[in-house]
Design a protein around this ligand. Structure first.
Ligand code: MG
Length: 259
């Protein structure tokens, strides 16, 4: 009898471990192109051309950064300025004249989302930039981003990220079905779970400093993403930990590594 119980326990343990390892094997880290796929394609970062390159590569997602002008128009750009013209302190008459290095106009969020809407394979990972003007500016930008995404009917392919915790909470409140990830790296899995956000998109050094966090977030049902990972060693380490997404300037390298 005792032998039978032991055998049954061993079988349960064994089948459990088989299920677990099968799950681990089924899990595949997904590729997010950081500011589009620009580095190996010779197009400017955050351009519509870079978004199209990320779509061509069939990246799971393509990330981009959004600011709001002084007259409340939304533009896609990483820095607060484009060659010295600050987006937050200028209006559309000035900003619409600005060109990226490939001749493309500085993209408005509207033009960018309309380009992204032509397909369904690559998700639009919208970073709401924290304002240098005021918290009110950041929150107004967040509201306008959610409204624009809904107006253009791209909600089903859009995710949100921000370094500003209040912005993340506001977006989650306005759009509960959307995935909203926090970027700063200063909040624990328990705090993020309690906040109602969907997870985090932290610098990879945060996951290095907290080696149990990828699993800790996952156990709480939260999403994990790491930025900006360009070397194969860090990519492989995060993939082995079962991270959900890796954000990279080298999407081609990560795609090859995942093959
Ligand atoms: Mg960004």
């Amino acid at each position: 009898m005792n032998k039978l119980i032991i055998l049954a326990l061993v079988a349960c343990t064994f089948s459990g471990s088989v299920v677990y390892s099968q799950k681990t094997m089924d899990h595949k880290t997904k590729v997010i192109a950081h500011r589009g796929a620009w580095k190996n394609t010779n197009v400017p970062e955050n351009s519509i051309a870079a978004l199209k390159e990320a779509i061509k590569l069939k990246c799971y997602g393509s990330e981009f950064d959004v600011h709001m002008s002084a007259d409340s128009v939304l533009y896609v750009n990483h820095d607060h300025d484009l060659r010295g013209t600050n987006i937050e302190t200028h209006g559309k008459e000035t900003l619409n004249e600005l060109k990226l290095s490939n001749g493309e106009p500085l993209p408005t969020l509207e033009s960018y989302l309309k380009a992204g809407k032509k397909q369904k394979t690559t998700r639009l990972v919208l970073e709401i930039k924290a304002s240098k003007q005021s918290k009110e500016h950041s929150l107004a930008l967040a509201r306008k981003c959610v409204e624009m995404v809904e107006k253009l009917k791209v909600k089903d392919i859009t995710d949100y990220i921000s370094f500003d915790y209040d912005v993340c909470l506001l977006v989650k409140k306005m759009s509960p079905d959307s995935e909203v990830l926090y970027l700063t790296g200063d909040k624990s899995p328990e705090v993020i779970k309690a906040s109602g956000l969907d997870g985090v998109d932290y610098h990879y050094s945060i996951f290095k400093k907290n080696p149990t966090w990828v699993q800790d977030f996952k156990k709480l049902g939260l999403t994990t993403n790491a930025w900006t990972v360009n070397d194969e060693e860090t990519m492989s380490d995060l993939i082995a930990q079962g991270i959900d997404y890796i954000t990279t300037n080298e999407p081609e390298r990560l795609i090859n590594l995942l093959k």
